[in-house]
Design a protein around this ligand. Structure first.
Ligand SMILES: *Cc1c(COP(=O)(O)O)cnc(C)c1O
Length: 398
């Protein structure tokens, strides 16, 4: 393995050369069933023909124009994306390049909204324990996990954490005098696939509305259809109606493997950013937009979304049916699945890959915490591929 990379990431001993659908092939031609999708990125799998075509065609026209100008591809993507999120209350958006960057913009919007309306001192952002919001210094501060708060201080001030699903703590933390925004994942990803309760989200929506605190959903992992609805928070209700958010962020699956992120804003937050308040050199990149258009047109379709939900249920039901002594708990929504097991997860990831050496294929799965396996397969996985994945997973747990 090359020593050129910094040692900031575990790297498993496999070098991938190409992919096709849910399969990846290493430089020795060995095959792997990919249930990780590059951490929820390759939602349409690898080498998806319409995606490849759109990227190629756009690259042949122009790779990039900055936000000082306009571009039809970026504009069409932005309009379709805003429309796809309109039922969640979204009106307009800023196109960014990554999740952390989108969340940074969300926090900037919450702080400026509050500053303009109420003056200084009302800048706190409340987030949840177990959350993950990215790796910039401010997003590490936003992330409610102590192990992310080492080594890089001083961190950005003004973040407060409360336990997930703790309504009493939520009531107390959402102080109308000091809090600008609440940032939550409807289904926490990094910490082990943990959905919030209906009661918690409903209370959050009510308190945020009553206290004029921006309700912000980090849908970077759970959005873009992953949970079987276009946005994960669409599965929650407030007063019998769909939740209306003030700010939503998306990234990961947004452009099917090309880097892209977005912050969307609802009525309250739509005009907070004024000229000069925010920008990004690569933001709105036409190649990413062309890819994003294909993802949107494919995923934001009731039949396609229902299939994601069905496939997820199929996987979870099958694992429950094993009644396997190594399996402690299964959580998930759609194709976002966490499996708590009775042993360390990392060695299983290694065995799953090593298996390609002497068996017909290896398996790519993720962990989330020490003893949780995480599955984030491409949406296009077929029933027979699900069965092939489950067979290996079961074998790995014995
Ligand atoms: C991955 C992730 C991020 C960070 O996204 P990057 O593109 O890595 O900056 C933020 N929030 C959630 C929920 C994520 O899963």
């Amino acid at each position: 393995m090359s020593d050129v990379f910094m040692h900031n990431s575990h790297r498993l001993p496999v070098t991938f050369a190409r992919g096709e659908g849910v399969w990846l092939f290493d430089t020795n031609g060995k095959k792997y069933l990919d249930l990780s999708a590059g951490i929820a990125v390759n939602c349409l799998g690898h080498n998806y023909p319409p995606l490849v075509k759109a990227i190629g065609e756009q690259a042949a026209k122009c790779n990039h124009v900055c936000n000082y100008y306009q571009n039809d591809t970026s504009m069409r993507f932005a309009e379709k994306l805003a429309a796809a999120c309109a039922s969640g209350g979204m009106k307009n958006l800023f196109l960014a390049n990554s999740g952390a960057e989108a969340n940074e913009a969300a926090c900037k919007i919450a702080r400026k909204y509050s500053l303009k309306k109420y003056g200084p001192g009302r800048h706190t952002i409340v987030t949840l324990r177990g959350s993950f919001h990215g790796r910039t210094i401010t997003m590490l501060a936003a992330t409610g996990q102590d192990n992310f708060h080492k080594n890089f201080g001083p961190f950005t001030e003004g973040f407060v954490y409360i336990p997930s699903n703790d309504i009493e703590a939520l009531e107390k933390a959402l102080d109308a005098q000091t809090v600008a925004g609440l940032l939550i994942e409807a289904v926490q990803g990094e910490s082990g696939i943990r959905p919030q309760s209906q009661e918690f989200i409903e209370t959050a929506a009510r308190l945020c509305a009553e206290r004029d605190i921006l309700l912000m959903f980090d849908e970077i992992q759970c959005g873009m259809g992953r949970t079987g609805t276009f946005l994960a928070f669409e599965q929650y209700r407030y007063g019998g109606k769909p939740i209306q958010a003030d700010v939503v962020t998306l990234a990961k699956s947004l452009a099917g493997g090309i880097p892209a992120g977005v912050v969307l804003a609802g009525e309250k937050a739509a005009d907070v950013f004024e000229i000069g308040d925010h920008n990004s050199t690569f933001g709105g990149n036409p190649v990413a937009a062309a890819a994003g258009l294909v993802v949107l047109e494919t995923v934001n379709n009731p039949t396609f979304l229902a299939e994601i939900a069905r496939k997820g249920e199929k996987i979870m039901a099958a694992i429950r049916d094993w009644n396997h002594s190594a399996v402690r708990e299964i959580r998930g929504r759609g194709l976002m699945i966490g499996i708590d097991i009775d042993r360390e997860a990392w060695p299983i990831l290694e065995t799953a890959i090593a298996r390609a050496g002497d068996k017909n294929y290896g398996l790519l799965i993720l962990s989330a915490g020490e003893k949780t396996l995480r599955l984030l397969p491409p949406y296009i996985i077929s029933d027979s591929e699900i069965e092939q994945g489950l067979a290996v997973l079961r074998e790995l747990l014995t």
